[in-house]
Design a binder for this molecule. Structure first.
Ligand code: FAD
Length: 375
């Protein structure tokens, strides 16, 4: 720390959402000084499906983040539902966690503080240039600058990095209901022009998110299309307000330039239906910390590409089903008849198995079913 208007650090992080905090913790684990700045104050809420896949839970453990058991509920796998059709895949030897977003943020902040990250809350990053970040009239000198300021990253723009074309932009709205969960799976219910994701987050609470191409489709109206969910909610009113956010598949060519690197949604994103945004952010944070510790961001560029590849493919596959009712029914029917294969695909998606372990023969059989199943 220098004069009151000039600060210094090894690594400056713009954005204290999950990605910025995870990067801060991972870099502190390697001994560098970290300053993190966010314009909001913790615990920060955000529209989210609030489901952590098993590999995301493992990343949190590696970062030393401790989740309060009363604040999180394990789930066993993923269930696809389309009218009367149901297909479910269980995780192999692992579990996911449903957790309210502010509870997750609180746990990350506690761990960041414990690890020695210097956090400045309620402050806006107003610019960066040549190894300096600006907080209004104050300057921070830093060897490395990390942009973790979300989808519409300003730091990315100031660093001269391409924002990428959001290839598929959709909208998500979230609310909670005080209902004992009827399921220990995360359920993805497909409708004609929207989807509802149901995540059990507490022993008496569910998180519901509706996603669609329209910013006007909210849960209240969407539920008319999903009589089974409405029946199960049994008239329980929502206990949180409607919170919305954009979800987009966005692929960037470059995620670092000079001494600036992007992480989390600032570095590109996948559709929320994959349930992978947080997991990607945590895995990228580890890779970025490793690259910074080695003093070479080119390894981060390569690692980022590797980390994002499969979730991007999954995002495209799920979005391909969005407006194709008959194909979707065939896919769900095929997965319902091949529960073991569904489990393998899920294990590959969540990193428990290599994608190759799914097997060409199995994929061929699934392909045949897709063509042959009556819809
Ligand atoms: C509807 C929806 C459902 C989702 N469901 C899931 C799910 O179930 N599971 C999952 O894993 N992922 C899910 N995601 C994705 C997940 O929410 C994101 O990937 C995750 O929030 C990315 O974290 P981040 O830290 O990169 O960005 P953010 O969470 O957006 O954080 C960015 C931070 O930067 C701060 N900031 C911005 N500009 C500045 C500035 N100039 N100065 C200082 N601070 C600044 C903001 O205040 C914010 O705190 C979902 C997303 C959506 C939209």
């Amino acid at each position: 720390m220098m004069g009151s208007n000039i600060l210094d650090t090894d690594v400056f992080i713009a954005g204290g959402g999950p990605a910025g905090l995870a990067a801060g913790i991972a870099i502190r684990q390697r001994g560098l000084r970290v300053m993190l700045v966010d314009l909001a104050r913790p615990p920060i809420d955000k529209a989210c499906g609030e489901g952590l896949m098993p590999n995301t839970v493992a990343s949190l453990k590696a970062l030393g983040v401790k989740l309060c058991p009363a604040d999180a509920l394990p789930f066993r796998g993923i269930r696809f539902v389309e009218e009367e059709l149901v297909a479910e895949g269980a995780f192999v030897d692992s579990y996911g966690l449903g957790i309210r977003r502010p509870s997750l943020h609180k746990a990350l902040v506690e761990r960041a503080v414990e690890a020695g990250v210097q956090c400045l809350w309620g402050e806006r990053v107003t610019g960066i240039a040549g190894g300096e970040a600006w907080l209004g009239s104050r300057r921070v000198w830093s060897r490395w600058i990390i942009a973790a300021d979300g989808q519409n990253s300003q730091v990315r723009k100031w660093a001269g990095l391409d924002r990428g074309q959001p290839q598929e932009t959709r909208y998500g709205f979230r609310q909670h209901f005080r209902v004992a969960p009827w399921t220990n799976f995360v359920e993805l219910h497909w409708g004609s022009n929207c989807q509802i994701v149901v995540t059990p987050v507490r022993s008496d609470e569910l998180c519901l998110v509706v996603t669609s191409r329209s910013p006007r489709i909210r849960l209240r109206e969407a539920l008319f299309e999903f009589p089974e969910i409405t029946r199960r909610l049994n008239g329980a009113p929502p206990i949180t307000r409607d919170l919305g956010a954009v979800t987009a598949l966005r692929v960037l060519r470059r995620v670092c330039r000079g001494r600036v690197a992007l992480v989390g949604d600032a570095s590109g994103s996948v559709d929320s239906l994959t349930g992978e945004g947080l997991g990607l952010a945590f895995r990228q944070a580890e890779a970025l910390a490793e690259a910074i510790a080695c003093g070479d961001l080119t390894c981060y560029q390569a690692a980022h590409r590797r980390i994002n590849r499969l979730p991007e493919i999954m995002s495209r596959l799920l979005l391909a089903l969005e407006n194709r009712h008959r194909l979707r029914r065939r896919a769900i029917l095929a997965l319902a008849k091949e529960p073991r294969l569904f489990e393998r695909l899920l294990a590959a998606h969540t990193g428990s198995f290599s994608p190759l372990s799914v097997g060409f023969g199995n994929l061929l059989r699934l392909g045949r079913r897709l063509i042959a199943e009556p819809s």
